[in-house]
Design a protein around this ligand. Structure first.
Ligand code: MTE
Length: 313
């Protein structure tokens, strides 16, 4: 993301800039490895880096070339650990991810909690290779491991009043030093309409590349909504509330002209400060045409039938 206060800048198209970023990535990959090292040494169940057993390939995946793990784990947006792309890999090891409970509240017949250990149990875990398309016009292809969000929500029996789902990240400035700066209203919050949340493409991801989720990617669990811009994929979730009304979302609150509630990948609607028509896959020079709904139109376009997607951006 680019902070609204920042001066407008063009897309990341300059090859020189790109090369400098590659250099930077190879340096920060090392930093990322260092950040993971203590976790690998520790045998706790939910430790980042631990291989996840019994994961089966899920439906809907793409067979496009995967982004190297090193890139996906070192070029991150996670403002709780700083606003530079390299900050999360350097600082997120501070986050204690086990034990970890997620509270499920609001319009459900059976409010309660689900623990990360429960979500990590192998039987329901699926690997789904989904694209992540950032609003800043870069994209990655990542083998996420998770469980459909709808399956988790059903355990708590949503009522007929549940029209939206609100998500909240942990608020703990001791562990998340970025929260000491008012770059966003903390805690980070996100929201989906109930049909988007229950759609089988939407997953709660607990790992990637065969491993427990690295902290910088949102451990111990984060949302992945592959047809929306990456900022909808809220990380390190502690609370999920089913609501009657549309909940606030961090980027919409911060810059309502730039980031709408829906945030569907839409090449036909420009961001006020840059075009959304094309994107650069991390690791490639050539820019690609951005596909409507990030290439998942066949599965999800019907959810928005009759809606003006320019007004509801
Ligand atoms: N979740 C929280 N809690 N804080 C954040 O700053 N950044 C978002 C999203 N989820 C963010 C977040 C943005 S802008 C993007 S592009 C994705 O996380 C990046 O996910 P990745 O680092 O795994 O690629």
């Amino acid at each position: 993301m680019r902070l609204p206060a920042e001066p407008a800048s063009s897309e990341i198209t300059d090859p020189q800039l790109y090369l400098r970023r590659r250099e930077f990535l190879s340096r920060t990959a090392l930093a990322g490895a260092v950040a993971l090292a203590p976790a690998l040494a520790c045998a706790e169940e939910a430790e980042p880096g631990r291989p996840l057993e019994g994961v089966k390939p899920g439906p809907y995946g793409t067979d496009e070339k995967r982004t190297p793990f090193e890139d996906a784990a070192s070029y991150n947006n996670f403002y709780e650990f700083g606003t530079d792309k390299s900050d999360p890999a350097r600082h997120a090891h501070r986050l204690q991810t086990s034990p970890w409970d997620v509270e499920i509240a609001g319009e459900v017949a059976k409010p309660g909690k689900v623990g990360i250990e429960d979500l990590l149990r192998p039987h329901p875990l699926e690997e789904r290779v989904y694209r992540l398309r950032c609003v800043e016009a870069w994209s990655m292809v990542i083998p996420w491991i998770g469980i459909p969000l709808g399956n988790v929500l059903k355990r708590f029996e949503p009522t007929s009043n549940a029209k939206y789902v609100a998500f909240q990240t942990l608020y703990d400035p001791d562990q998340m030093p970025g929260q000491r700066r008012a770059v966003l209203d903390w805690p980070y919050v996100e929201g989906l309409r109930i049909d988007e949340a229950m759609h089988p493409l939407t997953i709660l991801a607990v790992g990637m590349y065969g491993q427990v989720m690295p902290n910088q990617n949102g451990a111990p669990l984060r949302l992945v909504v592959p047809w929306k811009y990456g900022f909808k994929s809220i990380k390190s979730i502690v609370r999920i509330e089913l609501t009657r009304t549309q909940p606030p979302t961090s980027w919409n609150v911060s810059a309502p002209r730039e980031y709408g509630f829906y945030s569907n990948v839409n090449p036909a609607v420009d961001h006020p400060r840059w075009s959304q028509k094309r994107e650069r896959r991390i690791g490639e020079f050539r820019r690609r045409e951005t596909l409507p709904f990030n290439g998942y139109a066949e599965q999800v376009a019907s959810l928005y039938q009759g809606m003006d997607l320019r007004a509801n951006f």
